[in-house]
Design a protein around this ligand. Structure first.
Ligand SMILES: [Zn+2]
Ligand SMILES: [Zn+2]
Length: 168
């Protein structure tokens, strides 16, 4: 659990504090599949800027997730660059001017990082943007074996029935 104690930084208006941190990421459940961060700990840069009216927090890091491709179920590796921003007003009178990650003067960096990655995930996680997926007819991987199936020929058993009906 990575956190940052704002009171220790003792920033005055106009001052900026930059801190290199290690952020631990959890595994993510997405579309019924599990995506694991590799590595689990990533280097991150936290920038805290004090303004007269409040404090701006910036968190930059890159997460790398491993898990199944949405289309072909092969291995997919997803790089998720994060540039997150939060703001805490000095005297907040509005929910929008507070960050949910600040608790008793301590910034909950791990929670923030986890939510930022979850928000940044694409609609579909693919092994590559043009993944061809699995064949709907035979289930083979179309990336390994590109193929098409000829249109279904009429079933010979039906042809026999047709012939029989013509005789009646
Ligand atoms: Zn794929
Ligand atoms: Zn096929």
């Amino acid at each position: 659990m990575t956190s940052f104690d704002l009171r220790q930084a003792r920033l005055r208006p106009g001052e900026e504090h930059r801190e290199a941190l290690e952020v631990e990421l959890p595994a993510f459940e997405f579309g019924g599949q599990r995506y694991v961060p590799v590595p689990e700990q990533v280097p991150a840069l936290l920038v805290v800027t004090r303004a007269v009216s409040g404090t701006v927090f910036g968190l930059d890091f890159t997460a790398r997730l491993h898990g199944p491709c949405y289309r072909c179920l092969g291995d997919a590796v997803l790089e998720v660059p994060i540039k997150a921003r939060e703001y805490q007003a000095e005297s907040p009178d509005d929910d929008e001017l507070t960050t949910p990650y600040l608790a008793e003067g301590s910034l909950q960096v791990s929670d923030w990082a986890r939510d930022a990655v979850a928000l940044a995930l694409p609609d579909k996680i693919l092994c590559r943007p043009d993944c061809a997926g699995l064949c709907p007819e035979c289930g083979k991987n179309l990336n390994d074996e590109p193929h098409e199936h000829a249109e279904e020929l009429s079933d010979p058993r039906w042809a026999a029935l047709e012939a029989l009906r013509d005789q009646l």
